[in-house]
Ligand binder design. Structure first.
Ligand code: HOZ
Length: 428
């Protein structure tokens, strides 16, 4: 494939945008080469500036669960835009999407809309601290909850691949309140709680991790966290920015039957526009301003275009629950097909999957936490990434990311992808 125009555009971009991108993972640093510039997208396909068609396996990092430019979402945004794009005043559609989200997700009474997953997680932790009157939080190595200061301690996603999991600019004062645990290691969490008795406000976790590849929780881990939190007056925050409205209507809480105290959302909830949200039971949410003392605000929060896209997306998912089964089946088909293709060529690999989140690791052992994810062979991953790209398949440009499957994929697309894996496997 030819990427001349993308490379030229990247050169121009680097003159005026740091690294040429507005979010680091997009720069391809983890895999080498120049990023692809997108011209447009429809359904399961991206069309780049050089005229290549790519089958898309990141789908804007999750939101496009029903494919790009999904007509009900696009129509809702276009209609709304004709009536004004931002007011900084309440609108009815905010209540409509809030009612729908609360009806879809277990265990939440109220929801507040923000503009990104980062904002949602940052605000959720502030709320947890304000509600409990405690300062410390537990996060897990390799989990990524956005780029706010408290979370850039052993963070996953781009923070790993750019060599700054603990970012400069985060003060020691902030860092000391973030306690770091190993994913899927309940005893480690217990030890941290024991040595910080009465000081921990919350545990924040991606209940299915997606920022060190896809790492599902081992049996009993989330249940154990729930019990530890209840026993120690700690709030459990599920960061469902990736998993919410994707793994089930009600996210991981519904899928695995575990109640969180606060849940954060992003990606699917905005239908491809910038939306984040956090939600909890009434007694917790009522601590937020203007009802309570915990402050949180935003000029573009609840923006009408964003709410229109989100409402259209959630309405689709709510009225057609068979979508979740359909994407799961497609992802399982892909999983099986890729495994067979890699086996045929004796490639050493591990594939992790839960529902429509999946990742390929070039690692021999089970990938269950940050250390085992980091054991994967990154050179092989780079060859795999570029081989797939040459065959018209766009996967996440880093081993420390999950792939997000869209229901717009056909079984022909999946077969094309599996055939590409078969071809690329001969070069690994
Ligand atoms: N934080 C995203 C990966 N987990 C990347 C976002 C982007 O570059 O768009």
């Amino acid at each position: 494939m030819i990427y001349q125009r993308s490379s030229a555009l990247f050169k121009e971009a680097q003159k005026v945008i740091p690294g040429g991108v507005n979010s680091p993972v997009r720069a391809f640093k983890a895999v080498g080469g120049d990023p692809i510039f997108v011209k447009e997208a429809k359904g399961a396909y991206l069309y780049d500036e050089d005229g290549n068609r790519l089958i898309d396996y990141i789908n804007s990092w999750g939101p496009m669960i029903l494919g790009h430019a999904h007509p009900p979402v696009v129509d809702a945004v276009v209609e709304k835009a004709k009536k004004g794009t931002s007011f900084g005043m309440p609108t009815e559609i905010e209540t409509q999407i809030a009612e729908l989200a609360v009806s879809m997700v277990p265990n939440i009474d109220k929801i507040r809309f923000v503009n990104s997953g980062t904002e949602a997680c940052m605000s959720a932790v502030r709320l947890a601290r304000g509600y409990t009157g405690k300062d410390k939080i537990i996060k897990f190595a390799g989990c990524y909850h956005g780029h706010s200061d408290s979370f850039l301690i052993q963070a996953g996603s781009g923070a790993v691949t750019f060599g700054s999991p603990n970012s400069p600019g985060v003060t020691e004062g902030t860092a000391k309140d973030t306690l770091l645990a190993r994913y899927n290691d309940l005893e480690h969490v217990q030890r941290i709680i024991d040595t910080n008795k009465g000081e921990i406000a919350c545990i924040i976790i991606e209940p299915v991790a997606g920022n060190m590849g896809c790492i599902p929780p081992v049996k009993g881990f989330l249940e154990g966290l729930r019990s530890l939190c209840t026993e120690n007056d700690i709030l459990l925050i599920f960061d469902e920015v990736m998993t919410g409205f994707r793994l089930a209507r009600g996210g991981v809480q519904e899928l695995l039957g575990i109640d969180a105290d606060i849940v954060t959302f992003g990606k699917v909830i905005g239908g491809g526009l910038p939306v984040g949200a956090f939600a909890a039971r009434e007694e917790i949410m009522n601590h937020l301003a203007p009802l309570g003392p915990v402050y949180q605000a935003g000029t573009l929060s609840g923006n009408p275009l964003a709410m229109a896209a989100g409402l259209a997306m959630l309405s689709e998912l709510n009225s057609k629950p068979e979508i979740f089964k359909s994407i799961d089946e497609k992802t399982a088909y892909l999983h099986k097909g890729m495994a067979t293709a890699l086996d045929e060529h004796n490639v050493v690999y591990t594939i992790n999957r839960l529902g429509s989140m999946i990742s390929v690791h070039f690692a021999e052992d089970a990938v269950i936490d940050f250390d085992t994810a980091a054991n994967g062979n990154n050179d092989t991953f780079k060859r795999f990434f570029h081989g797939m790209l040459d065959n018209g398949i766009y996967i996440a440009p880093s081993a420390f990311e999950t792939w997000f499957i869209t229901d717009a994929l056909t079984y022909e697309d999946l077969d094309e992808t599996i055939n590409a894996v078969r071809k690329v496997a001969t070069t690994l």
